[in-house]
Design a protein around this ligand. Structure first.
Ligand SMILES: Cc1cc2nc3c(=O)[nH]c(=O)nc-3n(C[C@H](O)[C@H](O)[C@H](O)COP(=O)(O)O)c2cc1C
Length: 307
């Protein structure tokens, strides 16, 4: 049996598959439908300093190529996360990685510091790229603002790994990734949803409760594969920083593509809404694929695309 386990900044993952932020609740929700098998870790929905009710309905809509959401970072807020949610996720059979978000650097710092204070939290994922809130995209909009944010969070996270979740790249293909690696990211998640819009042509209104949202699912997969390949080649590969490839993984072949492009781990989001037990099927297919490629370890195939 080939070895598909991975090391994420010192955290042992029994599988390279990770449930994506916001698509598995805080983790226990996915566990309640027997959805954790096949996964190596679960990322929580993004936590902000204050609780957020999120955007008005409709918050999700289907697309021919996936789905679109404008949930708007609805979450319980830091205090309730610590008092209630953390108690349920620390006992999950796989590591839970809190995702953090905020409207200001100070917000992020406070949430990061509180996460680090909890012993079971070995890594946090920094969401700098949510397109669903008025303030959520600010930090990813320029290399300078991204750098100020990440340098500050890094200084707070002394013994906790910092995973930076990037949007579809701005400007030069790997500018955001360069900033994140220079700021000390231990891993990169590529990528968040893609800013998108869908219009109901009868009512002439947005199909979501706000004008725009974020597209996810199969339609964004090739965009994410390209970005993973560029970032792996130019930035993350040379720096030895692992990538979590995320976007449109519905089948094991999609996950295998990410691995060949340079991802060491693969996130699964939209597919969990279609079938919360999809990860175990994807892991099975990936395992067979690694063997069929004549490899003992998944690592041998990371970035192994013929160029
Ligand atoms: C309903 C929904 C809620 C999401 N919430 C968050 C979130 O709270 N934080 C975050 O960083 N990403 C969030 N995402 C983005 C996903 O983590 C992921 O980056 C994106 O959906 C692309 O992956 P996929 O095509 O496999 O779904 C959300 C996505 C969806 C569909």
């Amino acid at each position: 049996m080939p070895d598909l386990s991975q090391d994420l900044a010192g955290i042992h993952l029994c599988s390279p598959l990770i449930a994506a932020a916001g698509t598995a609740g805080y983790g226990p929700e996915l566990a309640s439908v027997d959805g954790l098998r096949g996964l190596g870790a679960v990322v929580t929905k993004s936590i902000t300093l204050e609780s957020r009710t999120g955007n008005p309905p409709m918050r999700v809509t289907d697309l021919q190529c996936g789905m679109m959401n404008a949930v708007g970072l609805a979450n319980v807020g830091l205090d309730r996360f610590i008092a209630e949610t953390a108690l349920t996720i620390r006992d999950l059979p796989i590591p839970a990685i809190p995702s953090i978000a905020g409207g200001s650097i100070d917000d992020y710092e406070q949430v990061a510091a509180a996460m680090q204070a909890m012993a079971f939290v070995k890594a946090v994922e920094v969401n700098v790229s949510c397109p669903n809130t008025d303030d959520g995209r600010a930090f990813a909009e320029s290399p300078e603002s991204l750098q100020s944010l990440l340098v500050d969070i890094r200084s707070v996270l002394k013994r906790t790994a910092m995973i930076v979740k990037l949007p579809l790249d701005f400007g030069k293909p790997s500018a955001a990734a360069e900033v994140a690696v220079e700021a000390g990211a231990d891993a990169l998640t590529i990528m968040n949803t893609v800013p998108a819009m869908a219009i109901d042509v009868r009512t002439r209104r947005s199909r979501l409760g706000r004008m725009a949202g974020g597209a996810s699912g199969p339609g964004i997969h090739p965009l994410a594969v390209r970005m993973v390949a560029d970032v792996h080649r130019d930035v993350a590969g040379p720096a030895g920083v692992p990538i979590i490839g995320l976007g449109g993984v519905m089948r094991w072949q999609d996950a295998a593509e990410f691995i060949l492009a340079g991802a060491s781990m693969v996130g699964i989001g939209t597919a969990l809404f279609v079938d919360p037990r999809r990860p175990r099927k994807i892991l099975k297919g990936l395992t067979r694929w690694v063997r069929s490629q004549g490899c003992q370890r998944l690592d041998e195939l990371v970035g192994a695309m013929e160029r």
